[in-house]
Design a protein around this ligand. Structure first.
Ligand code: TXA
Ligand code: MG
Length: 322
């Protein structure tokens, strides 16, 4: 069902007055502010309790709007042509004078750009007529939000945030981030576009980011690699990964046709072993299990290909230490 245009118009007005708007995208909810308004962008960091050294993604409605903000190499043009609108974020050289507040890029000379496909995100971007800086709509380090209710719960003490309703089921996993500044593209964050899809387009010339959280020695030094804060995407309850059994006080996040039996609370990411379905269910099921009486959550092994790589990356970060 298309969103009521009045809601979009009100949300756009709120953004133009410096307010924050949580809006659905085809990946996860974003917490948006006018990217040219320093106070509004500062409010994002404060609301999420996000370290100000971790830059935000800037959302635009189309390629021409993106070209106004960053220098597109032929490689970046190819990636955008293939995957936009859609869940690909491109890190590119920021154009001087683009009107992006330096807090958005955390003072970097590059900017992360994303052109979302979700019709409501598109409608909002067109109504505002300005780039919207938006990280995922969750307190820093915690589970991303894929539903209206997740955002509402996460920011229940922030009545000034306008939250748009959810209207279509999201892919459920954040965008894939590619650094397109150099001659060879680098995968900075695994995400909703699988590495294999990128490699098919690029013919194998893709530098990698580790699927494991970086060690504490490199974690801070390599902030160029995004989503690479060591501990991230974490539920409140402890997780136990690659579980082949379930303990008495554990809830179970299962995968595939043979879920482990016996858990008091058990949810299956995909009983047919479909990774697309698993990605779509991932955050919502973790939110649900996090709200049960279980002491912790056991997670069955997930295959490490396609979207499974991105899911395993999120799980590894969820159990990493700060
Ligand atoms: O699917 C998504 O990407 C969602 C929706 C709302 O668009 N957004 C999202 O934002 O996941 P966030 O803030 O949770 O993750 C953005 C990542 C961060 O890890 C940040 O470090 C990285 O993008 N990033 C932003 N600007 C960057 C830059 N100039 N260079 C490298 N990394 C950057
Ligand atoms: Mg996030």
């Amino acid at each position: 069902m298309p969103i009521d245009p009045t809601l979009i118009a009100q949300a756009a007005q709120h953004l133009l007055r410096g307010g924050l708007v949580a809006f659905p995208t085809e990946t996860v909810y974003g917490l948006g502010a006018d990217a040219g308004n320093g106070q509004a962008v500062a409010a994002i960091y404060a609301t999420k309790r996000r370290p100000a050294i971790n830059p935000l993604i800037c959302h635009v409605p189309d390629l021409p709007a993106a070209r106004a903000l960053a220098d597109f190499s032929p490689l970046a043009e190819r990636l955008a042509a293939a995957f936009w609108p859609g869940p690909l974020t491109l890190v590119l050289p920021l154009r001087p004078g683009a009107g992006i507040h330096p807090l958005v890029t955390a003072g970097l000379t590059t900017i992360a750009l994303r052109c979302p496909a979700h019709p409501d995100a598109q409608a909002l971007l067109r109504a505002v007529g300005r780039p919207i800086a938006a990280p995922s709509a969750n307190p820093s380090g915690q589970l991303s939000s894929t539903r209206f209710s997740h955002v509402q719960r996460a920011f229940s003490d922030q009545p000034n945030i306008v939250i748009l309703p959810d209207s279509q089921s999201p892919l459920g996993l954040e965008s894939t981030i590619v650094d397109g500044c150099g001659d060879t593209p680098r995968l900075l964050r695994e995400g909703a576009i699988a590495r294999e899809e990128l490699q098919e387009l690029l013919g194998g010339t893709l530098l990698g980011a580790s699927a494991q959280p970086p060690s504490s020695a490199t974690g801070k030094a390599t902030l160029k690699a995004p989503g690479m804060m060591r501990r991230h995407y974490a539920p409140r309850k402890p997780l136990r990964l690659n579980a082949h059994d379930v303990r008495p006080d554990e809830a179970l996040l299962a995968f595939g046709a043979n879920p482990i039996a016996g858990a008091a609370h058990s949810l299956n990411l995909s009983d047919t072993g479909n990774l697309l379905e698993a990605a779509a269910n991932f955050y919502a099921m973790l939110h649900q299990l996090d709200n049960t009486a279980a002491a912790s959550i056991a997670v069955m092994p997930l295959p490490n290909h396609g979207l499974g790589r991105a899911l395993n990356d999120r799980l590894a970060r969820a159990i990493a230490e700060d």
